[in-house]
Design a protein around this ligand. Sequence first.
Ligand SMILES: [Fe+2]
Length: 212
Amino acid sequence: MTYEVVSLPYDYAALEPHFDAQTVELHYEKHHKGYAQKLSAAVALADERGYLLHGKKFSEYSVEELLMHINVIPESVVDAIANNGGGVVNHNLFWQCLSPQGGGSPSGSLLEAIEESFGSFDEFKLEFSDAAKTHFGSGWAWLVINHEGGLEVIATPNQDSPLMTGLIPILGLDVWEHSYYLRFMNRRPDYVDAFWNIVNWAFVSGLYEKNV
Ligand SMILES: [Fe+2]
């Protein structure tokens, strides 16, 4: 079983001037693909050791399913699967949430749900930006569908995925330094502000509609 990453849906330079080409290339080619290689190795190790989940080998599960079972994965491989499996799915979502034609605001049922949960789109942006800017250390800011079907902003540490706690992520922002340091150095808030110019709301709306 080899876990693959999504194809980057644009060129490395397509998100300029907001996200720079060198960072996008390194982030996708080295970091994201690196998580996939390490996940494949961890799943191969679990299979070698004969671990089963509900009677099936680990390699018979998608990475999303592995993350949803994270609480019952044996201790010797759980960190490798959480860190690298999270790294794979989080970045798969991240790249698709961005577009050179992005920015602006959503419409339709997603906008209505945002207004219902946060009061207004601007209030939502503020809450999400704050979660991204103030999260301590490496991690992610998310817009998720919660257990009640409502929308919520959360942050997770490291590569933890919202899927691990039964939440459905529909928009994610990577706040690891590897995602901004070359262009923005230590100015994470500037990176977060740049992000809003390239959010692919059509993609995020599609995910919302598919999952509610
Ligand atoms: Fe990253």
